[in-house]
Ligand binder design. Structure first.
Ligand code: NAD
Length: 361
């Protein structure tokens, strides 16, 4: 039976990237049936809601989705579709593989990491107290009663990290490592300073590790991890991090593998999983058939594996890697110079991947 997948084109360059990705996914031969729904800026401008109920309902129903990027305009009442998605579907784990493919210019050619970022807690929980407000004064008063002084002119953000949230993200990271034949998990934290938040995260990680004796486990203080990632990336495999460090290290990883055009992602929860590239909607290139679809295609590879179609996922990844290695039919960002006249467009990159897929049959 065909896998029913929610397809969300998004806005900006999203629709062209999603179309290229849909074509290569179908070329793997896996039976996929698309349930197409809208989200993003175009949908907002046409119908007044960037994230319609039907789109959310389709994701709940199908439990799997692939999504193009969506713009979040600055300084309007428009809420980020991605934030809403994560909240509504409790997509608590963000999985971001960072692999340096042969043929890409990078100083870190041995990089082959998977970043597993907690998506719901930490300083991203949105518990903030603006400088000079009544609420801020009340929190400062309470803190002073508890023996901690905060300056009157300070804003405050609260960092909640729970046992529940830590346990499920660490388990998700170990499960990912096991399912994908990865041998080592590193938990990153700053437990030496933040004993009750990062310390709890570390304590839970060490406890959960006992249930996975087949996977090597270690921990690293976050600053040391950053230093080591750029000096000895080959020593790292899967890395699990609380939300803020995960956000930063994901971008570090994307830089190490040659840029945003190559960084895929998946947001996984207990109800559903949504796959999308790390990059945004690159609106200035909208409709130009120009940007690199590899990150979204590689997100499609993650989706195939998530659906149990591992062999097809491996074949698609190999085909994308081969197009990149040859370096001929690739987009401008993968050429030695950004104005290289031999660069191809989004859709021609997809054609090249489909050619490689059929050659490998
Ligand atoms: P962006 O990732 O869209 O683009 C930044 C630059 O990176 C682009 O100008 C381009 O030079 C390059 N780039 C990005 N994707 C590329 C690709 N596939 N191929 C080649 N080059 C690529 O970041 P931004 O400009 O900060 O954000 C634009 C919009 O996207 C914002 O509204 C932001 O909120 C949104 N956004 C959405 C998501 C998402 O939907 N998951 C993620 C990040 C940002």
């Amino acid at each position: 039976m065909a896998h029913r997948v929610t397809l969300i084109p998004g806005d900006g360059t999203g629709p062209e990237l999603v179309e290229a990705t849909r074509r290569v996914l179908e070329a793997t031969g896996v039976e996929l049936s698309w349930d197409r729904h809208e989200a993003g800026l175009d949908e907002y401008e046409e119908h007044g809601n960037p994230f319609p109920e039907e789109t959310l309902a389709a994701l709940r129903r199908n439990r799997v989705g692939i999504k193009g990027p969506t713009t979040t305009p600055v300084g309007t009442g428009f809420r980020s579709v991605n934030v809403l998605l994560r909240k509504e579907l409790d997509l608590y784990a963000c999985i971001r593989p960072c692999k340096a493919y042969e043929g890409v210019r990078t100083r870190f050619p041995q990089t082959d990491l998977v970043i597993v970022r907690e998506n719901t807690e930490d300083l991203y929980a949105g518990i903030e107290f603006e400088r000079g407000t009544e609420e801020n004064a009340r929190v400062r008063e309470l803190l002073s009663q508890l023996g901690s002084r905060v300056r009157e002119d300070a804003g405050m953000s609260i960092k909640p990290i729970s046992e529940f949230g830590s346990e499920r993200i660490v388990r998700a990271a170990f499960d990912y490592a096991r399912a994908n034949g990865r041998g080592k998990l590193t938990a990153a934290h700053k437990a030496n300073i933040m004993k009750f938040t990062d310390g709890l995260f570390l304590e839970v990680a060490c406890r959960v590790a006992e249930d996975y004796p087949d996977i090597e486990f270690e921990d690293r203080i976050i600053d040391n991890l950053c230093n080591q990632l750029v000096s000895r990336p080959e020593e790292y495999d899967v890395i699990v991090l609380p939300n803020l460090y995960g956000d930063i290290v994901s971008d570090l990883g994307a830089g190490m593998i040659g840029g945003l055009g190559l960084a895929p992602g998946g947001n996984i929860g207990s109800e559903a999983a949504v796959f999308e590239a790390t990059h945004g909607s690159a609106p200035k290139y909208k409709g130009q058939n120009k940007v690199n679809p590899a990150a979204l295609m590689l997100s499609g590879v993650l989706m195939l594996r998530h659906l149990g179609e591992r062999e097809a996922g491996d074949r698609l990844e190999a085909a994308i890697a081969e197009v990149i290695r040859k370096g001929e039919k690739v987009t401008y960002d993968l050429k030695p110079s950004r104005d290289d006249p031999t660069a191809v467009g989004t859709s021609q990159f997809a054609d090249a991947v489909i050619e490689e897929l059929s050659a490998s049959r």
